[in-house]
Design a protein around this ligand. Sequence first.
Ligand SMILES: NC(=O)c1ccc[n+]([C@@H]2O[C@H](COP(=O)([O-])OP(=O)(O)OC[C@H]3O[C@@H](n4cnc5c(N)ncnc54)[C@H](OP(=O)(O)O)[C@@H]3O)[C@@H](O)[C@H]2O)c1
Length: 275
Amino acid sequence: MSQRVSDFYPTAFVTGASTGLGRAFTEMLLADGVRVWGTARDTARLAELAKHNNFTPVALELRDSAAAEGVFIDADSSAGGFAIVVNNAGYGVFGDFAATDFAVWQEQLEVMLLNTARLSHAALRGMRARNHGALVNISSLAAEFPLPFQSVYNMAKAGLTALNESLMVETAGTGVFILDVRPGDYRTDFEGSVRRPPGETTPAMARAWVAFGKMMETGPAPAHAAAALRRALLRRRSGTVRCGRFFQAVLAPLLARLGSLPIKRRVQAKYFDLP
Ligand SMILES: NC(=O)c1ccc[n+]([C@@H]2O[C@H](COP(=O)([O-])OP(=O)(O)OC[C@H]3O[C@@H](n4cnc5c(N)ncnc54)[C@H](OP(=O)(O)O)[C@@H]3O)[C@@H](O)[C@H]2O)c1
């Protein structure tokens, strides 16, 4: 009989389960028999998932790190200690770094890096004590190939990937696994949820926005990323999971490794129609 994720991991906590990749991860885990606690800021957005017997909706706002940690600890104790934690919630901000108010960048960094690290910390404490679990932090290929005019998004994802790499070292030889998941462009609500603070749009920004939008619209469906996560969970070892269309997830990282940084930057600029 083929293996299911629930054979090894009976419970999971998924942030940002209401839509996009988080919803696809949740549906994949439920289909594999896992009991899932999934979050949204407004649990009304989890109504469809809540029809599933194995799904528990959780209200969680990542801007308040202490409150978010409290929500996680309560859910963790009612689940008897999560076997999988997927830190997925996040959003983009598209804007010129200098022209955008720093408060916008600070909030994004807090939500997507600091407060996500705090949930990782809370999750790992329990997993390390039980010597069992998979911590999955959803980074991005933007950690390797920065998106234009999304400087702090790139910074948050590069930081999260650095945390994941560090945790892989610290958990080596234990029953706890760390997955650094780096999706390329997927067809989700992400573009719709990318904030564009008021400010001047230069021609370069306008072209980058169009190129970015096209890549998102033509990307694979979120179920493709969920299938990649499922395979990685069943491998039961730490590692990096690059997923997305072949060029972004396979070819570009290979060429970047073989080539030089100036060439990589030139190819990236061309990809986004930039000078
Ligand atoms: N789509 C892509 O192509 C792509 C590529 C690489 C990486 N990623 C990463 O994958 C993750 C999911 O992206 P997605 O495309 O699925 O985005 P999405 O469709 O916009 O979904 C984002 C999720 O995050 C939650 N969220 C947003 N801000 C939050 C906050 N302050 N507190 C708590 N929850 C919050 C949203 O919940 P609410 O219901 O509360 O709004 C929603 O469930 C993100 O970390 C993103 O950076 C996406």
